[in-house]
Design a protein. Structure first.
Length: 350
């Protein structure tokens, strides 16, 4: 997992407290620019060319500056400590431990907010940055979130018509040339035990969970300069219709595989059709050697996904896969405010 870290060199004879440095940085920089941890070093190592020698920098200690351990003292603290541990991938979190000192970042704070809401605790990512510790955040969460504004869902929830967001206005104004191919892609490694039924079930669970993966964007026939944006009902998009299996005779990482993957990605982009609600394509590269792990290419139109979204979608895919492989019905975390409600909220606030 990539995390932003900082290194600081004190003036000769001065002492620096990493926690104090983080506090000062947090007060001056935007949340996404705040490092997860700061290491105090004697000097910045450089290469023979005078550039920073990153390989010579000490490994960051994500627990540096952590407070003396105190067990959670309330039910709210206990839930938050559990959620901190889940999101951060650590075993134990104390009430005085800082989310960011343990390796958290702005994207992970969004995941924390979503998981907390599913457990009945409401607060905002800003609350996470301002409170930082389990104990401080528990005080905010217990009162419903000092900075959180919870939008009441519309009738129909996330399904129905959406007004265009500012970025969607920009996208729609780019013209039709190549618009249907405007997408983002991830390629995921698959276990050798993968089978089509489990893979299709995994995709279906995620398609059904996230409304924008079933969205339709088309020009209004009565007004060509106006676009209609709609989230279709659960089940409107079938995973088996967007999943394509390609048997490959070359292993991932080889020139042959890369050539096949590039051609299939190009074909997948051509199959995208936002006007018909087809904003997702998946290509399963299935090696003919059963001992070689396959790959899953997931392509989503940019109207339905951005860079942050993958930090939610990829864990959802992994969770659904593990549940189905274990013979369970997929149970993904509840979605917070729907994109439909958020888009209407932007219009209301404008």
């Amino acid at each position: 997992m990539d995390r932003l870290v900082g290194y600081v060199v004190p003036e000769p004879g001065a002492e620096l407290d990493p926690v104090a440095v983080l506090a000062q940085v947090g007060a001056r920089l935007a949340p996404h620019m705040v490092p997860a941890t700061v290491s105090v070093i004697d000097a910045v190592p450089v290469t023979a060319n005078g550039k920073v020698d990153r390989a010579a920098l000490p490994e960051p200690d994500f627990r540096s500056g952590a407070a003396e351990f105190r067990a959670p003292a309330s039910e709210t603290e206990a839930v938050l400590a559990e959620l901190f541990a889940e999101v951060l991938g650590v075993e134990t979190v104390g009430a005085q431990d800082s989310f960011f000192a343990l390796g958290g970042d702005s994207i992970m704070s969004i995941q924390l907010v979503a998981r907390a809401k599913a457990r009945g605790l409401v607060f905002s990512p800003r609350d996470v940055f301002e409170c930082r510790t389990v104990a401080a955040l528990a005080q905010v969460a217990a009162s419903g979130g000092a900075g959180a504004v919870v939008l009441e869902e519309l009738p129909g929830g996330g399904v129905g018509d959406l007004p265009l967001t500012p970025i969607m206005h920009w996208q729609s104004g780019r013209g039709d040339a190549g618009f249907h191919r405007f997408s983002q892609v991830v390629v995921l490694a698959l276990p050798t035990t993968v089978d089509e039924e489990t893979l299709a079930g995994t995709l279906q669970a995620v398609l059904d969970r996230h409304d924008m993966l079933r969205s339709r964007l088309q020009r209004d026939p009565a007004a060509p300069n106006r676009w209609n944006w709609e989230a279709l009902p659960v089940g409107a998009i079938r995973a088996r219709d967007v999943l394509h299996r390609v048997v490959v005779d070359s292993a991932p990482g080889t020139a042959g595989f890369h050539a096949t993957a590039a051609a299939e990605a190009d074909a997948a982009a051509d199959r995208l059709d936002p006007a018909s609600g087809i904003v997702v394509q998946a290509v399963w590269f299935d090696p003919d050697d059963t001992e070689i792990p396959g790959r899953l290419l997931v392509m989503i139109h940019h109207s339905a996904v951005d860079g942050v979204s993958w930090r939610i979608l990829v864990p959802d895919l992994a969770t659904a896969w593990s549940q189905i492989a274990a013979g369970q019905d997929p149970q993904l975390e509840a979605v917070g405010t729907s994109m439909r409600r958020w888009a209407h909220g932007l219009v209301e606030a404008a």
